[in-house]
Design a protein around this ligand. Structure first.
Ligand SMILES: Nc1nc2c(ncn2[C@@H]2O[C@H](COP(=O)(O)OP(=O)(O)OP(=O)(O)O)[C@@H](O)[C@H]2O)c(=O)[nH]1
Length: 248
């Protein structure tokens, strides 16, 4: 119930920046438990920092935004914290589905949590594996930069890891700095908005959209009518009729 209230809250806070959409960008946010995934998503979408959330089981947030003059609808899939097991990181099935569904993935760690940083390389590998042939753009966010006294990850380690993984890097604080968070998501959205629109139909379910996305190249699409051809055939029919009338 609390989760639904969160989504409603987002829908109730439009700002002048937000407007009617004509396309959708889908982003999945993935990382260890408690790194601030929900806080980041809510900060980006509502400008607000809300300190306390129930453990998230995977909420889909959506919002209309304007990116570089283009109206876009953004869907952000928050995911439950990845857990470390004896065999490495385990991702629930629906998180893998979210990766396949997403146009881009945001990997998050907390600068106060060494374990969350150490998970990133494995998570990136899981993203690559789950995405198959269509690996989406990935950005790396180091959150909780405000907690200077609790920092466990040196500020050089994040950029180094990002370079190794081939993704962009941003150090942010969901609690202290909206512009950093906005900048990171906004740049990603700008990059995605420049790409050709996806061929999938909009849906509120990550899992169902995944199936559509994977299936779409195999579904034969009806060809759009060729106007030249239609005109030619129309003229042929007309002249045949005229010939019939004049010969009677
Ligand atoms: N100081 C500080 N606290 C933060 C920041 N971002 C999140 N938090 C706090 O960190 C805790 C966890 O934040 P969440 O957004 O729930 O983290 P999550 O990654 O969604 O957690 P799970 O749902 O367990 O996966 C909360 O108490 C937040 O208030 C930040 O930038 N600075």
């Amino acid at each position: 119930m609390r989760l639904i209230q969160n989504m409603t809250t987002i829908a109730e806070y439009p700002t002048s920046e937000y407007s009617v959409s004509n396309r959708a960008i889908k982003i999945a946010v993935i990382g260890g438990s408690g790194v601030g995934k929900t806080a980041l998503v809510v900060r980006f979408l509502t400008r607000r920092f809300i300190g306390d959330y129930e453990r998230n089981s995977g909420n889909l947030y959506s919002r209309e935004v304007q990116v570089d003059g283009e109206q876009v609808s953004i869907q952000v899939q928050d995911t439950p914290g990845a857990e470390l097991t004896d065999n490495g990181i385990s991702l629930p099935d629906h998180v893998s589905c979210s990766i396949q569904w997403a146009d881009a993935v945001v990997l998050v760690y907390s600068v106060t949590d060494r374990r969350s940083f150490d998970q990133i390389a494995q998570l990136h590998q899981l993203v690559t594996r789950a995405a198959g042939a269509n690996v989406p753009p990935v950005i790396l966010l180091a959150n909780k930069a405000d907690l200077v006294h609790l920092r466990r990850i040196d500020s050089q380690e994040g950029p180094l890891l990002a370079t190794t993984l081939g993704c962009s890097f941003y150090e942010v604080s969901a609690s202290e700095d909206y512009s950093q968070v906005h900048g990171a998501f906004h740049r990603l959205c700008g990059q995605l908005a420049k790409q050709p629109p996806p061929t999938t139909s909009p849906s509120n379910s990550a899992a169902s959209t995944t199936t559509e996305k994977k299936r779409s190249p195999l579904i034969p699409r009806p060809k759009s009518p060729n106007m030249q051809d239609l005109k030619r055939r129309f003229k042929q029919v007309l002249s045949a009729k005229v010939r019939t009338v004049t010969s009677v």
